[in-house]
Design a protein around this ligand. Sequence first.
Ligand code: ZN
Length: 593
Amino acid sequence: MKKILSRNEIKKEYKWSIEDLFKSDELWQKVYDETEASFAKMDKYRENLDADSLYDCLKLRDNISLNTQQLYVYANLRANEDSTDTFYQELSGKADRLITLYSQAVSFIEPAILAMDREALKDRLDKDLKEYAHYIEDILRSSEHILSADKEKILAQAYEAAQGPSNIFYMLNNADIKFKNAVDSNGDEHLLTHGTYSSCLESRDRTLRRSAFNNIYDSYYAQKNTLAAIYSASVKMDLFNARVRNHASVLDSMLFVGNIPTEVYHRLIETVNAHLPLMHRYMRLRKKILGLDDMDMYDIYTPIVKNTDTRKTYDEAKKTVLEALKPLGEEYCAKLNKALNDEGWVDIYENEGKRSGAYSWGAYGCHPFVSLNYDDTVNSMFTLAHEMGHAMHSYYTWSNQPVIYGDYTIFVAEVASTVNEALLMQHLLKITTDLNERKYLLNYFMEQFRGTLFRQTMFAEFELETHAMAERGETLTFENMCRIYSALNGKYYGTAVNNNEKISWEWSRIPHFYTAFYVYQYATGYSAAITLSEKILNENGAQDYIRFLKGGSSQYSIDLLKKAGVDMTQSAPVEKAMKVFEGILDEMEKLSE
Ligand SMILES: [Zn+2]
């Protein structure tokens, strides 16, 4: 087994340069003290914020939020480098405290904006408050859903109790529920946890897959009445919140936050449904390649193509990714080249105590940082492309937007990362000559479509039905939720797969269902990204796309995407994505004849 190096043993050129954020820990402490002291400057606005003083107040907030963000990111990135380093654990604890103090110091601003004289405020939106106009309009948009002060006070007091269902589910799912060990075809036992479940399902050993599947679901079934009661309470809470704030439905209330039209949600479901025959074809192909007479739900995740043994050193991966992203234009590639080679954005290899899982993060005013655990596989090359997509999105946003619009919303969060992955995929498919590698890539791509576009839309459809039932005053029992889920599962996977009774219990173990109407964004984001990558490759869409990257949160997500040529209120983006899926499927079928 490869020995994991300690952080000190890793060469400097393989590590990121966090000192670009703060040159030293001493400097960090100095800025920390200054920032904490600066919070008091907010006090002078607290009692009498009006349209006249708003600009100065928001500017001040921008400054202290910038420092707070940088302090927070530095402390946490340092702590992530090596969790055994207690000094940085302490620093990150301090940073947590600073964030809390910051939120308290500025929490009065948005309620004050809502309470301001509307005419006086609107009058200045194209004058001194121009930079903040979108931000302010977004706050004012919610005014018809804000209640009187005493009602808001009661709701605020009930907030913690309202978190009950999701907290209870979290405890049950992460602390109390236990799974029997899974057993493989040799009779050997495998520890079954949330973490090991997916690797069991990916195993080539069907006995192990079946055993893991059965044991997981049997544990949930043993808690069926409790799980139904928790989810039902969560849906009722969603309904309460929507009604008390005068929204037409729970869907309206949830999409209101990002100003996403509800037709986006319906169009997604409608369009994916129209293309389910493609999913059924994929399942028939899978069954054929696996050589099964009867395929079951525990056969869905095992790879149908032998893992490619192509190895890519980090240097080779960098070159390949840069080559693949050339269609994004010279400027993008020149910056990416610098980021990868000269500017210390990336922390490449695993070390003792380093946080696992790749991510991109950072703070306005500095360059982004990317953490990888690069291991020479094709998979980790895709991860590199993915995380650099996030990082370049942040880079473009921070270089073109003021602090207030320096982030991007969940709705578009995975667009830039997926565009990069799709461009890398198309590039690799163009250059690869090895047949097994080609099949591996095609299958990798098909699995993304299945997991992100089809599966998340199926989840979205389930949520729509359960909330509609609650809205009609019907009771959500274990049985009727299983009935809904089973029907959806059968519809999505088709007749090539046995619609195992146990899969109808799957809804009861999905944590995301406790944040209603959230997961559809994975499917819409994926469709938008595939459409954009096609436009970049075939319709000179790079410039429009770069403009989207520069937009941050300066406009509503739907409008930003529209300007890049992707209208998520229409079915076209999902249809385009499905066309790409069909192309891969056609080829994979041909290669498997
Ligand atoms: Zn991502």
